[in-house]
Design a protein. Structure first.
Ligand SMILES: [Zn+2]
Length: 157
């Protein structure tokens, strides 16, 4: 399964995004990858004890999607604890917190942060023939930054 994504950086990368049990050599250690959205879901639902509906709103996703994310996250964490695996937190899909607009007359594209209100006209040619650009519908796939080598840029098909 793949989704279209943009390459973006996360501003707040945690100091510790890798957890490893003591005394197990790295070459026999199995690694579980908790994605950033799963991490956030656990933080909201389990640490802050929010209702799923409330937590889903915080993440700008449906309750159903939140339910899927949190159950996947809990299963991974249980796997790590029960089977003494390493836990890595990175990757996953995170909502783009910016809106993209495009002018149909001059093809100018620009970005506005969420909550700033929509534009009335194209900033370049003042045309009123402006629309939300398609790339801001849905999710962005992001790496955690600080790079473990993998190039996450580029679009999937
Ligand atoms: Zn324009």
């Amino acid at each position: 399964m793949s989704r279209p994504f943009r390459c973006r950086k996360v501003r707040c990368s945690p100091d510790a995004n890798y957890f490893k049990p003591r005394g197990i050599p790295i070459d026999v250690l199995e690694e579980v990858n908790l994605t950033i959205d799963e991490f956030e879901a656990v933080r909201l639902a389990d640490l802050e004890s929010r209702y799923q509906e409330d937590a889903a709103k915080k993440m700008n996703i449906s309750r159903q999607t939140f339910g899927n994310i949190i159950s996947s996250a809990r299963k991974k964490i249980a796997d790590v604890l029960v089977n003494s695996k390493a836990l890595k937190i990175e990757g996953g899909v995170v909502k783009i917190m910016e809106r993209y607009f495009v002018c149909y007359d001059c093809k100018h594209e620009w970005v506005l942060p969420f909550g700033s209100g929509g534009p009335n006209a194209c900033p370049k040619c003042s045309s009123l023939n402006i629309h939300r650009a398609p790339q801001d519908r849905g999710w962005a796939k992001m790496g955690w930054g600080g790079g473990r080598g993998k190039n996450r840029c580029g679009r999937t098909v």
